[in-house]
Ligand binder design. Structure first.
Ligand SMILES: NC(=O)c1ccc[n+]([C@@H]2O[C@H](COP(=O)([O-])OP(=O)(O)OC[C@H]3O[C@@H](n4cnc5c(N)ncnc54)[C@H](OP(=O)(O)O)[C@@H]3O)[C@@H](O)[C@H]2O)c1
Length: 292
């Protein structure tokens, strides 16, 4: 799989990433998913301290499971760029205060069983945290060698710019918005434009809209277009939808979240799907977006 650099950093990752929001099951099962992704070149593995939250096991469960996978095969850590996030707290709901972020990062390191997190992302903006304080905490974590690179998720372009201003020379490497054919806002709200202006790599979460695009729970015209292109390309509907994300000039990295090994493999085929300019605009229009 082709690779690309995360922002201006030295971290190089495959064009498609694997996400651990839904990661569940036993260690062997989870390890098979992570290994399958890595074998296919999906070298960015994205998780968060809050993942696992939707299951009875609670906060930290997905990181703990990934930590057990990494402990089961020590070689895996070196094959991946490990990304996690902090800043969501159930019932609060957001906390990016210095004390909280420091502790959250330490807890992630402990659960994952690693010395350093390659990409540490603020999961959601905390409206009560001044960007100067968030920046100071992130820089402290970086200076202490606990995290290598910094990113944000669900940040508006203005919030991204405010945080970047206080980070000075240390450039945010990534921004992680929700982006798919059923969630087109980042294309028009300045998120992808800002990323291109500043050499920040966008990571698209839920690139299949949590599966709705693959299962056809989408506008009928969009499903028809996707299926026509899938037939022409000899690919799946999901692969065409991921190819649409890949085609944007911002160099977006879709983070896929399937728990099925065959579907992880299918996602990787998206890099071979060729969408022309006409195809891309036709899909965007079929998704209901008025073109500028
Ligand atoms: N930053 C944030 O706030 C945020 C929020 C959400 C997610 N994320 C990140 O984004 C990652 C991906 O999110 P996601 O899991 O919602 O992504 P997704 O790839 O859009 O959706 C995956 C879901 O679609 C289902 N699906 C149905 N048919 C499929 C097919 N043909 N191919 C693939 N999947 C199919 C999967 O079920 P099966 O497992 O049965 O295949 C799975 O439940 C997460 O793991 C996380 O890293 C970040």
């Amino acid at each position: 799989m082709q690779t690309r650099r995360l922002g201006r950093s030295d971290l190089e990752v495959g064009r498609i990433a694997y996400g651990c929001w839904r990661l569940a099951g036993g260690v062997d099962e989870a390890r098979a998913k992570v290994e399958t992704a890595l074998d296919l070149g999906m070298t960015l593995i994205d998780t968060a301290d809050i993942y696992g939250d939707r299951r009875p096991v609670g906060h930290g469960a997905a990181e703990e499971l990934l930590g057990r996978v990494l402990a089961a095969d020590r070689g895996l850590r070196d094959r991946m760029v490990l990304a996690t996030k902090g800043g969501i707290v159930r019932g609060v709901p957001y906390d990016s205060s210095p004390g909280y972020l420091r502790d959250a990062c330490e807890a992630s390191l402990r659960r994952l069983g690693v010395d350093v997190i390659d990409l540490y992302q603020v999961h959601r903006p905390d409206l009560l945290a001044h960007p100067a304080d968030v920046a100071a905490t992130l820089l402290e974590l970086r200076d202490a060698g606990k995290v290598r690179e910094l990113g944000v998720s669900n940040y508006s372009p203005a919030r991204h710019a405010a945080l970047q201003r206080h980070l000075g020379d240390v450039a945010l490497a990534t921004t992680q918005p929700e982006l798919s054919l059923l969630h087109l806002d980042p294309i028009d709200d300045g998120t992808l434009d800002g990323a291109m202006a500043d050499d920040v790599t966008p990571l698209a979460w839920s690139p299949l809209a949590g599966g709705r695009i693959a299962t056809g729970d989408a506008p009928p015209e969009l499903v028809t277009r996707l299926d026509e292109l899938a037939e022409r390309e000899g690919a799946s509907r999901a692969a065409v939808a991921l190819a649409w994300v890949l085609a944007h000039p911002a160099g977006v990295i879709p983070i896929v979240g399937t728990q099925r090994l065959d579907r992880i493999a299918d996602a990787a085929t998206a890099t071979s799907v060729h969408l022309s300019r006409t195809d891309w605009y036709a899909l965007t229009a079929a998704a209901g977006r008025d073109l500028p």
